[in-house]
Design a protein around this ligand. Sequence first.
Ligand code: FES
Ligand SMILES: [Fe+2]
Length: 398
Amino acid sequence: MKHLTDIFTETELAGMSLPFKDAAAPPATYYTSADLYELERERIFLKEWLWVGHAAQVAKPGDYFTFEVAEEPIVVVRDLTNKLGAFSPVCAHRGAIVVQGQGNCRSFMCPYHNWTYGLNGKLIGAPTMTETKNFDPTKHGLTRLKVDIWEGHVFVNFDQNCKSLATFLGDITRFVKNYDMGNLACTGRKEYDFPCNWKMVAENNLEGYHVTGTHGGAGEYSKIDHWSIIEGRGMYDILLGEFDEPLSMNVPGNASAPTSMISELTEVEQKRQYFILLYPNMLLALQPDSTICYVMLPQGPHHTKVIVDWHYPKSILDRPDFATIDKANVEGVDGFNDQDIRVLGLAAKGYKSRMFRPGRYSVHESVVHRLAQYVLARIEGHDAWKAKGLSENQSASK
Ligand code: FES
Ligand SMILES: [Fe+2]
């Protein structure tokens, strides 16, 4: 089994582990090592609560949808008794993926040799297997995953011994409750390819240091003094934007006044944007007129697929100009992503250079340091992350 000391030198580990203002930024192997990527898959993505979709996708009995995180396929389903479930759709016969896409059905039939599973994951049909000695169908169901819903978002966990989703989320609800996320409508999804390690995308989303340099054309929006970090009490951190007037991301490469507000927001919230990183790989962007799910899906150490879902209050959907609003919003995210993809591609190239040496953090990059502490801690029980103080008595409902 690989250890951190097989990947990093003692000096690199010591530099990364220092308190934030003393610490060195991560070495290149943090972003390029195939061994580290495999450890992250095993000890982070197979252990944490992972965002996979929306409750509306499994509203009725028989509804299902599939998703894939860190190259692990997942199916979420509402069974015929209305019970929510999640499974690995890897066939218990010889491994084919039994279901893809989304829809409504009464069972899952593997396309390879037609083994059939009920929506509760149990094997209910297996052609000719009665002639196989000692074959017990009850031992060959789909592997069940933990699943839970929070504010309309569906999360799964591969680890049967994990803490509850509420424990994972800590006190996050106090920041998001007025956004009424459980009642927003998802209007579309778009995929983006980032030519870099998933942690680079996560870091980039939670540090305001790059907004002036990378998104400098975005006026007030890109001024560093509008942005600050809130350290979450739970598995999240927040990049908070505070403005004099309400702003939204609905002009490409720029920001402008929102067209319609989410009705429950306070005056303070109307002038804020929250970029909430739910560790490890989900960014929830809350703005006055919409919310965005921005999910980073590792595809190996050098490549990240990002999916973005847009959510609006149903009242905005009824506006005659909704298509124009939505198009502008999507193009706004396209513009920011284009700019981020460009600089992250340059950084990925730099990390592959033999000339790269770890740099130092600015005061605005504390989450980059925190993400590194988190990764080290999850992989090898490193102490630093314990300060996050997750405990069973914290609850998402508070
Ligand atoms: S692999 Fe699924 S039925 Fe054979
Ligand atoms: Fe950015």
